[in-house]
Design a protein around this ligand. Sequence first.
Ligand code: DC
Length: 637
Amino acid sequence: MSAPRVLVVPGGVPCRGVVRTPGEKSISHRAVLLGALADGTSIVHGLSDGADVGASLAAVEAMGAGVDRPGDGTVVLHGGRGRLHPADGPLDCGNSGTSMRLLAGLVAGFGWETELVGDESLSGRPMDRVAEPLGLMGATVHGRGERCLPPLHVRGGALHGIDWTSRVASAQVKSAILLAGLSASGTTVVREAVTTRTHTEEMLAEAGADITVEPWGEGRIVSVRASSLQPVERTVPGDPSASAFFVVAGCVVPGSAVDVEGVYSGPARLGYVPVLQRMGADVTLVPGQPGTATIRATASPMRATEVRASEIPSLDEIPVLAVAAAVAQGTTVFSDVGELRVKEVDRLAAVADMVAAFGAFATIEGDTLAITGVGGPLRGGRFDSQGDHRMAMAAAVAGLAAGPGERSLVTGFGAVETSYRGFADDLRRLTGVDSPRPLLVAIDGPAGAGKSTVSTAVAERLGIDRLDTGAMYRAVAALALERGVRPDDAAAVAALAAGSVIEVGERVAIDGMDVTAVIRSPEVGQAVSVVAANPEVRHHLVRRQQAWAAAHGGGVVEGRDIGSVVFPQAQVKVYLTASPEERARRRNDEAPGGVARRDRIDSTRDASPLREAEDAHRLDTTGRTVQDVVEEVLSWL
Ligand code: DC
């Protein structure tokens, strides 16, 4: 299942129940890397399912670690230094700086060369901060330019310990050095003036590494000596940043009561909770397993507050706190949040835009963001994530915080896959029947009405995929003709439909046979009406169409019974028509009178006859431009 590409959010639907967020990201990355190094089988429950941790997992798998997924979100790693070998190609870290920096430290301990690559954004991030200490330990690390930008080439082996004082407060740099230190002679020491996230040293100690930690002013000194690691079974606590979305939803949507269970409650990671409490929210922390808590949120009226950046060190929760501010009475001021400009997108501007889209008011002055709330439910809005996962999730919460009867649209919602693939599923569970759903646009109408052209253009504008279901029926007809099966031999054609693999995209194939051109031939045009009138064929294809939408996170789907039978829940249903003359002109694949003949068969058959869905918007495309028609369809969103 994929995350919805465009999420349609009903306003005022309360969130009720218990939810667990995906595994905390920093711990998840480390669980994967230590599992690859540990001799034997490590078991990780609740690993983050986001793309970033996925990159770390794929990297260790490429180097020979075994990775099993027995289900239930559990990942089993078969590791050991002896198992690991050079990967066949570069290790792709995607968008994940953590993967790249930690992997650089890990591979530095091996006597071969590794190339680490990343996406465009990661390729612009400096790696000199890890290249320098790893170089001093005896590895050769090259990147592009002075700042050592990716791709990064690391040749390791024969390392020796160093005594390193961190210049930037960075848990990633500390971790890279400690991982390399596991294979270095002597002692490797990292001194940090300010303590950064401590997962690496804690998890190394748990795995039996020879590691010590001493206080050093406000920071710490971590020393590690060459060690082999023991496998560990662990449950990764829930991600605190992800918890904020449900907690804020619980606070601001009237009638809500949410428990977010098993959230990592380490130092400075739940700073958003006291902020909400100052706003009058009914939020409490109930301690759970060591290092975790359940966060309990119940809706209550909210008022403005002042938020300092130091309360939310990563600033990750600012987008969703902005939603709380938009609902609150008064003006909430977020100071020193200029860093938001250099996140995945310019989040400072994005937050201001989002707040405005949902009817509240935001200003930015220097590094200060001020949000004047509406003191109650928001207005339904339309917002594009620009590919930023946190903006997508915050906007979904804003949509829920709109008044009952309002409807909001979050485009670019697929971005949530970066950190929280199942976010929409969890939200749907908490909100019940009338809940956020992927956008489905159903486009129907007779041959030559403009379905393909319009649905392609609408899909492109919305950034979602398009499925031409007529091409599926045509592919089955083409296969029947190819195999010498008569189109009216219902049982034989149904067996073909049930047993074949149909691919519909830019090219159309059935059972591996490319039928892109042949399905538009007059022969197939003749045969398809009979094939499409076969109820068993329809049964098989309808199920596949529904599965397609689930796998693609919604989409624009065109075909006869789409709005009535396949996706009765489609939010927008369109019935396109055009004059018979215009339709015949557009359809030069048909014999004269062919369009009229097919209309007749399609509308008089017993199984799902061509009929306008009652709740469809009817649109006559005769003499209209594509752009004009697309604008009208989009206006119904
Ligand atoms: O849209 P089209 O002309 O490519 O459709 C080909 C045939 O399949 C046409 O006879 C209608 C039928 N069809 C159907 O019955 N149900 C669908 N969902 C799509 C097409």
